[in-house]
Design a protein around this ligand. Structure first.
Ligand code: SAM
Length: 295
């Protein structure tokens, strides 16, 4: 028989009365970036399910946490999930962590979480660092909305195909990339999305050699090559969404108008600029008059 939904499994003091899974975010570099609550949970649970027990051991020993570790990674997640559900069913509180950041974000975790929820036990998120949010918070992107893509396929053909499918996406595209593929990835971004879009390269966030660089996609390869260290370290890559086609036409109209006004009177320049670019006549006429009045 399934247990009752977790809302019903707290006592009058609001404390959990059964086993549960805590999904705990851990630092993405700087060990100081762990929340007070995350530490309290890690110190209190009967077991910690970790993506790589060696990586998590370092974090735990830094904070003097001694709970036993169980390995849960991409290759054993189904099997491990059942064992964790059994432990929770016995009344154990279990914490789930990955090597860095928030479990389930381009990381294992979803299978365990789904199994625990399916079995009717509480899943309690303990929020904290994630490279995506960290990069977005410091990128200064005013447009709202983004699409988190995570890792693109490793093979070139599949990667370009995936990018083709994203080409018309109007919101910021957010990627994760490993250091050994960053150069090839940037090449493909330029090939498929063009060189003009703004890109934010957020490298080694929260670590000693953190860098956050904003440039046009066409200039990203030169930035990468300017320092050999840049092909090492982890990256979040944020690429501006597809430009509004109306904006592009208007910009092209202004550019052509500027050229024509050097040689022609206002009326003729506007007429030709409209014919060449399809930009709205009224807007170009107003720009031409304003330009004339400036002189
Ligand atoms: N679960 C993690 C999170 O919440 O961000 C992501 C794990 S994913 C396996 C690892 C990728 O996240 C890296 O290849 C890189 O793209 C990004 N990443 C993780 N830490 C980072 C850091 N300190 N600086 C920049 N990117 C980072």
């Amino acid at each position: 028989m399934k247990p009752e939904p977790h809302q019903d499994r707290r006592n009058d003091a609001g404390e959990w009365e059964c086993g549960r899974l805590y999904v705990v975010a851990t630092p993405i570099g700087n060990l100081g970036d762990i929340t007070h609550r995350a530490l309290e949970v890690l110190k209190s649970v009967a077991r910690i399910a970790a993506e790589d027990t060696r990586v998590t051991s370092k974090l735990l020993s830094h904070y003097g946490v001694n709970a036993p570790l169980t390995a849960v990674h991409a290759h054993n997640e189904q099997r491990a999930a059942q064992a964790l559900v059994a432990a929770i069913a016995r009344g154990e509180a279990v914490a789930l962590v990955t090597d860095a950041g928030t479990p389930g974000i381009s990381d294992p975790g979803a299978v365990v979480v789904a199994a625990v929820r399916e079995a009717g036990y509480p899943v309690v998120p303990i929020p904290g660092p994630s490279a995506l949010v960290c990069a977005l918070s410091a990128a200064g992107i005013a447009e709202t909305g983004h699409r988190f893509v995570g890792f693109l396929p490793a093979a070139k053909g599949a990667r370009r195909q995936a990018l083709e499918a994203l080409r018309a996406e109007p919101v910021t595209l957010a990627f994760y990339e490993a250091p050994h593929r960053i150069r090839a990835m940037l090449e493909d971004l330029v090939q498929v999305l063009g060189g003009e879009r703004r890109v934010t390269l957020a490298r080694e966030l929260t670590k000693r050699f953190e860098e956050i660089h904003v440039c046009a996609l066409a200039d990203a390869a030169a930035w990468l090559e300017a320092d050999a260290h840049r092909e090492q370290g982890e990256y979040v890559v944020l690429v501006a969404g597809a430009p509004d086609s109306g904006d592009e036409t208007a910009a092209e109209g202004t550019r052509v108008l500027e050229l024509l006004l050097r040689e022609l009177p206002v009326k003729a320049a506007v007429k030709l600029a409209v014919e060449i670019t399809g930009a709205p006549r009224n807007a170009l006429y107003a720009q031409a008059l304003a330009r004339k009045n400036d002189k």
